[in-house]
Each structure stands twice: as C-alpha cells, then as structure tokens.
Design a protein around this ligand. Sequence first.
Ligand SMILES: CNC(=O)[C@H](Cc1ccc(NS(=O)(=O)O)cc1)NC(=O)[C@H](Cc1ccc(O)cc1)NC(=O)OC(C)(C)C
Length: 308
Amino acid sequence: KLARMQDELAALPEGYITPNRPVHVKDFSEHYRIMSADSDFRFSEEFEELKHVGRDQACSFANLPCNRPKNRFTNILPYDHSRFKLQPVDDDDGSDYINANYMPGHNSPREFIVTQGPLHSTREEFWRMCWESNSRAIVMLTRCFEKGREKCDQYWPVDRVAMFYGDIKVQLIIDTHYHDWSISEFMVSRNCESRIMRHFHFTTWPDFGVPEPPQSLVRFVRAFRDVIGTDMRPIIVHCSAGVGRSGTFIALDRILQHIHKSDYVDIFGIVFAMRKERVFMVQTETAVCVHPSVSAGGAGGQGAPAGR
Ligand SMILES: CNC(=O)[C@H](Cc1ccc(NS(=O)(=O)O)cc1)NC(=O)[C@H](Cc1ccc(O)cc1)NC(=O)OC(C)(C)C
C-alpha cells in the first residue's frame, strides 16, 4: 500500500507540491542519508518547496493600527483564519487580538495554540488567552534573554508571591528543575474560579540553533507528553517569535506519537500542515532526526532534578 502511494506521488506532474511524503520508519536512516548528502542538498530542496505554503492568506487583524504594537516582530503575523480570538472587551477595538494561532497536533486539529513570547505590554492578553482557551499547559522554548537581547517577557511569578495580570491572579505552587528544563505548577484564578496550570520551560535551545545534544529535546518532549497524556484541552506553545522552535517542538511531538502506532513518518506533511496555520513554522531544514532507537524509548527519562 505504501509502495503504491509512493508510486502515485512520483507520477504527479512536475512542480505539483504534494502535501504528504510518507517515509517508512525502517527506511528512515537511508532516507536521512540521501536527503542530508552534499550538505543537506535534498533537505534544502524540499524545504524550499514549503517557502510559499500558506503565504497567500490574510493577516488583516494583525495589520490594524491598534494591533501592530502587539506584534513582537514585523514579519511574524498570525493568519486571520486560524488566529485565537480573545473575548472582546466593551468597545475596545482590537481587544480580541493576540499574536497566536491554533495548530493541529497528533491528537486533534486544534491541539495547540502557538504564540509569540509575550511582550511586557501583552502579558495580560497572554494570561487572558490561557484562561479563555481553558488551557492547562504552557510550553516555553526560549529564555527571556539570549545574548543580551530580550526574547520574551518575564510573564510569570518567579517566587511564591502572587502576581496579578489584569484580573487574573497567578501564584507559583511548586517548581522542579532539571538539567535542560524546569516544570512549574501555578494556581491561576479569575472570578472566584481557580485552576492548576503547568509550565514546561526548556532552557537550553538557542534561537536559530539546535539543542545540544539534540537528544535533550527528545527527552523534553517525552517528559512533557508523559505528564500531559492526551488531555484534550489546548496546549499553549511559545518561543520568541512562535515559529521556529515552537514548530520544531510540535513536529517532534507529532512524530514521536505517530511512530508508536504506525510504520511510516511524514515530516514534510506535518510541516506543510503547520504552515497553513502559521507563518514560517519550523525555520530550518535540519530536522531533529528521530532515530528508531530513540523513539523506542532508548533516550532515557528526565533523570534526577538538577541542584537548585
Ligand atoms: C530571521 N529573524 C526574523 O525573521 C525575526 C523574527 C524571528 C523569527 C524566528 C525566531 N526564532 S523562534 O521562532 O524560534 O523564536 C526569532 C525571531 N524578524 C525580525 O527580526 C524583524 C526583521 C526581519 C528579519 C527578517 C525578515 O525576513 C523580515 C524582517 N525585525 C523586527 O521585527 O524588528 C523589531 C523587533 C524592531 C520590530
């Protein structure tokens, strides 16, 4: 069946971009060898085919004068059709706007909400999105400062003193530190209702770089998924722009779950689908190669918490 699918794909006319390119897991190492040969030549060719995917879609709300200051970067704007809409506040133009898009995952078409690292001026909107989406998990993939540049606001309390972000109260309950990440639990309250939200913070992934070793990211994704399971409430994912590291995290989460139940993997199709929802999802063609030995659980768990 897979061979017939691959023959049909190969027979498609020149220039037709196929949204799906399945590769059999047992062939993945050979596939990776071929694609990465000559300085990733075929990976670069395939990545180039994704360049324009989704780019014909409107970003009209992001470009409204009242919303422009809410965007961290001028070239990273949410598409209208998949943007998260905040509950509007009275007659406040733009009060439903945040730079964030719904994103499909392995378990559901709106499993994730991908967003930019909050600005100091948009931290209240960020917490409104956490509350109004009914999310119980935040994945953060950047540090607040990298190489002296602000990548993300310090939007959460660093000690047990409660912080208020608009009408939302956030109080740290517990935080556990590991070598490459920390996991915190917050009590989040609004209008006499309280919820527990978890914050999964991966701290060793440089912007435009790769985690070192890449296996640390695989371990983080597995630790995250071990805690979350298939909770159907949206998972909020952000880095600085909410495209490169966020897209790679979601792609890896999908791949690791998919290959537990299937004998093929379609990385191209996953990135193609994400780019229809948010611009530039996954920024470089050097995918984090998931060798079957890792997906079978060979990478080990979180290890003991690092010293504080
Ligand atoms: C290559 N860098 C960028 O495109 C960043 C946005 C960005 C994308 C991805 C990431 N990595 S991440 O998604 O993993 O956080 C960080 C920052 N954009 C900016 O710095 C843009 C400039 C730019 C760069 C490249 C381009 O093609 C168009 C415009 N600058 C910019 O927005 O300047 C402000 C912050 C002063 C308003």
